[in-house]
Design a protein around this ligand. Sequence first.
Ligand code: NAG
Ligand code: NAG
Ligand code: NAG
Ligand code: NAG
Ligand code: NAG
Ligand code: NAG
Ligand code: NAG
Ligand code: NAG
Ligand code: NAG
Ligand code: NAG
Ligand code: NAG
Length: 761
Amino acid sequence: MKKFILFALAGLTSLVSTSPISPSRTTVLEARQGNGTSSAPCAQVSQYMYGDGTTVVLTEIPAGLAWNCLNTVPFNATSAKRLIASIRPYINWQSTLTQLKNPPAEYVEKVQPAVDIIGGLDSIDSRIDAGSFKNEYDFGWALYTLIQSAHDGHFTYIPDSVSQIFQWGRRVPLVSVSSDGEQVPSVFVFADVLGSQFKNISYTPSPVVEIDGMDAFEWLENWSGYGSLQDRDALYNNVFYELAQVSLGGSGSGTGTFTGGGRGRYVYPGDATTLTFANGSSYTMQNYARAVINFRNITSGEDLARKWFSWGNSQTGEASVQSVNTEQLSPISTAALEEAIGAATPGYPTPVVPGPANLINGFFIDAPGYDDVAVLQIPNFVGSTQYEISFQRASQEFIPKALAAGKTKLIIDLQANGGGTILQGYDLFKQLFPDEDPYGANRFRGIEAIDLIGKAYSATASLGARSRDQLNNTIANAQTSYFDYHTDMTVGAKPFSSWSEKFGPQEVNGDKYTTSSRWNLSDVYVEYFSGGINITGYGPLANVTGPPKFKPENIVIVTDGYCASTCTIFAEFLTQQAGVKTIAMGGRSNKDSIQAIGGVKGVNNYAFGYIQSSAQTAIRFDKSLNSSILRRDYYSDLPFLRASTYGVNNRDGLRRGDDSGIALQFIYEEANCRLFYTPEMTVDITALWKAAADAQWGNSGKCVSDGGYGKKRSAHEVTTALKPRRVQIAQAAAVQQVQAFEKSFTLETQCQMRGDGFMEP
Ligand SMILES: *[C@@H]1O[C@H](CO)[C@@H](O)[C@H](O)[C@H]1NC(C)=O
Ligand SMILES: *[C@@H]1O[C@H](CO)[C@@H](O)[C@H](O)[C@H]1NC(C)=O
Ligand SMILES: *[C@@H]1O[C@H](CO)[C@@H](O)[C@H](O)[C@H]1NC(C)=O
Ligand SMILES: *[C@@H]1O[C@H](CO)[C@@H](O)[C@H](O)[C@H]1NC(C)=O
Ligand SMILES: *[C@@H]1O[C@H](CO)[C@@H](O)[C@H](O)[C@H]1NC(C)=O
Ligand SMILES: *[C@@H]1O[C@H](CO)[C@@H](O)[C@H](O)[C@H]1NC(C)=O
Ligand SMILES: *[C@@H]1O[C@H](CO)[C@@H](O)[C@H](O)[C@H]1NC(C)=O
Ligand SMILES: *[C@@H]1O[C@H](CO)[C@@H](O)[C@H](O)[C@H]1NC(C)=O
Ligand SMILES: *[C@@H]1O[C@H](CO)[C@@H](O)[C@H](O)[C@H]1NC(C)=O
Ligand SMILES: *[C@@H]1O[C@H](CO)[C@@H](O)[C@H](O)[C@H]1NC(C)=O
Ligand SMILES: *[C@@H]1O[C@H](CO)[C@@H](O)[C@H](O)[C@H]1NC(C)=O
């Protein structure tokens, strides 16, 4: 359930002198902490939340108290053993398992180290046998971080103990900005940057040089490593407050991972965090935990274990839900959520063509010198059937409108884009470049389960015509799947002749993969795969042809590195096939070149549930499979009962003309230009678009370049003070919006978006 948690932030004035925790809350905190200190930590949490039963329920708890409680949930080794066994069949679908273990050298040097997932599971198994897990959380965290260490946003297993009891946060968002766009960035408290925009704060904002006594850059880079992106500069950006993420409401990473947005919500931040500033002052904030479940009558870790964990049934080895206690805290209506997503766009001007729920918006830049520039801002490729058609319509409307208004240049702003519906990425590419043929080859691992499922689906699919008029649901169900060989086409754009041709497998770089395939965009079932749209240039829209709408050199892609999944599919087509250039924003405090595409470049994700239902459906199609591994491996519900999120990257993306067999995920590629964020850009998106236009087309723009590759700086070396400045009238409105927004509520990630090419925050 996506929700906005409302609480007061008194953070606009100096954070050093004013606690960002509202006074009333602080009082309650002290009063409640004073009681029951001798009882078990979980009883204290319960007492803290409910008090004497007459005060309001507090769902935010001092982090240290929650941490102590979480660590008293006893370890259930029996359930843990079964859990590891039950997730292995799903993990086998992860397309990059072999490449993760042995990635290209450049990936290891510049992106992430190698990781052996299967070896890691084996090691967790041995640790269970050796009795070395201290408690349930200790086990859950080991499992969580093993999968997270793959840094593949599609590959997730988030155990109950990590996500379903508490989530974590800090109340002070940070930003990393360069005072003039040329000096390497320093880290500031966002409220300081905000205050300096109005030239009305009474002190000179000073950068954060240490966090908990460690060099701030080092500390933040370490913290950023808990994110799901692979690229280190993209991970670093994701720590901070950023307008594009905020525009996504609870479906983005909120006010940054430092504050518990995105994957930051799963990481214990410590009970308190101390910021030390270059001017010598420091500020210690109390961190918080948000209770995800109802703690009424909880008196111990054992209670939590009994009431809130579904361990599975000991007799059958299959899971059964023991707990019927499903009361969730503060549910928020869907209507309220929809409204909230649409409302939270501080810092953006009014779109010329608004799309649905802020997932896509078309803008013109209202400033002298930028008359010929249009901006298509796309922070998501949509994953809800409700918005698919209106999402497509927004660009169908905006592109001709921009051209008619004399715009010859187009900025495509993909900041914060975790993907969505795969075919929306294809469609938008075709709208811009009607005569290009999107390549998009992809492959699965060539494992037995996939072969068995494909045989059964293909046989059933072949019993009837592949037609929109197919009325037999069983047959239509089989036909609308990758596992029917009639779906997709070969890399040479020919139909596959059999399942065995589509499956292969081919041996490539030490693993077996299915034969590479491409989407058939003329397929009669394309609307099913696309969530409801026809694809520009194909089928009923085959009449849309012609030269590019904008010349490739007149388009530029802007990212913050947080471009994943469908976003990377779209970017790959634009850059590799059409020759469009990229600008990467932000990054760590150095002057190195950085990547524009920092999120998972796998081209499809399957939730475990989709895999399970495909396996079970295959058995229904072909009863003889009831004695196969499909029956053995895909009937336990334990993986679902013991986690909040579970999925794999099932398809690798492959580059046109590259016969190395290396998945796109492991290819390092630098952006054409890098720009630092400036203070203005954290409150006014137009400032960023102007800088992008200047860099790409103007005379004044300068891309950051080279101060000696790999040079590491300490935060103490980079301590530019922010000069209070008076913002232009045009920006003042944006700043005021951000101020109002900051005052009224903070964002927490509670993503409800889905998609077949989507990385959840
Ligand atoms: C700064 O000025 C703005 C606009 O007048 C106002 O909303 C804000 O409260 C002021 N901030 C401080 C710290 O005085
Ligand atoms: C502490 O909590 C207990 C049990 O809820 C209650 O009976 C007692 O009055 C509380 N004491 C104080 C000082 O609030
Ligand atoms: C531990 O898990 C097993 C099954 O996996 C279950 O039967 C047992 O009741 C659980 N133990 C406790 C103490 O909950
Ligand atoms: C030092 O910097 C911090 C952070 O910007 C600020 O809150 C504080 O007021 C400054 N202290 C002095 C004495 O200027
Ligand atoms: C951060 O540093 C700590 C302490 O060295 C280490 O245990 C942890 O693994 C690091 N985190 C990441 C994400 O690298
Ligand atoms: C808590 O315990 C009391 C007394 O045993 C009981 O009346 C109440 O229903 C319980 N509440 C919940 C939410 O379990
Ligand atoms: C659909 O086709 C399957 C496979 O040929 C067949 O067994 C089933 O009876 C058909 N269903 C209907 C409603 O015709
Ligand atoms: C794509 O699908 C259409 C309609 O189903 C079909 O006619 C065509 O042969 C397919 N193309 C390929 C290359 O498989
Ligand atoms: C897609 O094309 C089909 C077939 O021509 C048509 O029935 C359908 O309305 C189209 N869908 C959209 C969203 O335009
Ligand atoms: C393409 O055909 C559709 C109807 O199938 C029509 O609505 C559209 O205007 C045509 N587009 C062009 C560019 O001719
Ligand atoms: C399928 O196999 C399971 C166990 O392997 C068995 O319990 C079940 O009865 C079988 N179902 C059928 C339809 O044969």
